[in-house]
Design a protein around this ligand. Structure first.
Ligand SMILES: [Zn+2]
Length: 219
């Protein structure tokens, strides 16, 4: 005659975590865990039957509790990482991890000025001359040279048709073909080219078309 064993499984977010012997233990465990966690954690008790004794790995309530708490900590950590990740703006799947400089917006995208023939193709951020300029995302330098009204200009290709341009720089620290990582200092703020004061002209291009940088950064 086969013996049927009964035990109780505790599931956290539908994932099997622990087994205990009795329903009372399972209920006590769930109660205790709920009391200690303000977070919204989905805990359920599942009654299980088996004729295979090896499937049973029941544990004492304290051991089970510690292991469930550990699992909840992991879940919360993962949630935090996902939340942070969601806050990073992205274009065509390219994450813009940071602002290239901190400063004051001195001219917005699309504005007109007597200095320019057409409307503004980028965003101007005023900052003292020499302020380090950081690249906003990983990529490859595709231009690093003087270029007319842009002055000293650096263009970085991030893939998926996304480029960022950094203009009017006083110093350029990277050369064409160089791989850069988000946060690397690639240039210094200046006022070269068609410029009346130290600032960074930041331009974001998608498949060659300039877009409003404030859709992504300096919102
Ligand atoms: Zn500008």
């Amino acid at each position: 005659m086969e013996i049927t064993y009964k035990y109780y499984e505790i599931d956290v977010n539908s994932q099997k975590i622990e087994q205990v012997n009795t329903l009372e233990e399972a209920q006590e465990l769930v109660e205790n865990i709920k009391k200690e966690n303000s977070e919204d954690i989905d805990l359920s008790i599942v009654e299980k039957y088996t004729q295979n004794e090896e499937e049973i790995q029941t544990k004492g309530i304290e051991v089970a509790k510690n292991e469930i708490q550990e699992r909840i900590k992991e879940i919360n950590k993962q949630k935090e990482i996902e939340e942070k990740d969601k806050q990073i703006p992205s274009i065509n799947g390219i994450k813009l991890a940071l602002k290239p400089v901190t400063g004051t917006i001195s001219s917005r995208y699309g504005s007109s000025s007597s200095l320019r023939k057409s409307t503004h193709t980028g965003l101007d951020i005023a900052a003292p001359s020499g302020t380090p300029i950081k690249v906003v995302s990983d990529g490859t330098v595709v231009f690093s040279n003087y270029n007319g009204s842009y002055g000293n200009l650096i263009k970085v290709d991030h893939g998926n048709g996304v480029e960022t341009w950094y203009a009017h720089t006083s110093k350029m620290y990277v050369s064409v073909g160089q791989k850069v990582t988000a946060g690397d200092i690639i240039a210094a703020v200046g006022t070269t080219g068609n410029s009346t004061g130290a600032h960074l002209h930041l331009e974001i291009r998608i498949n060659g078309q300039h877009v409003n940088p404030q859709n992504y950064l300096y919102k």
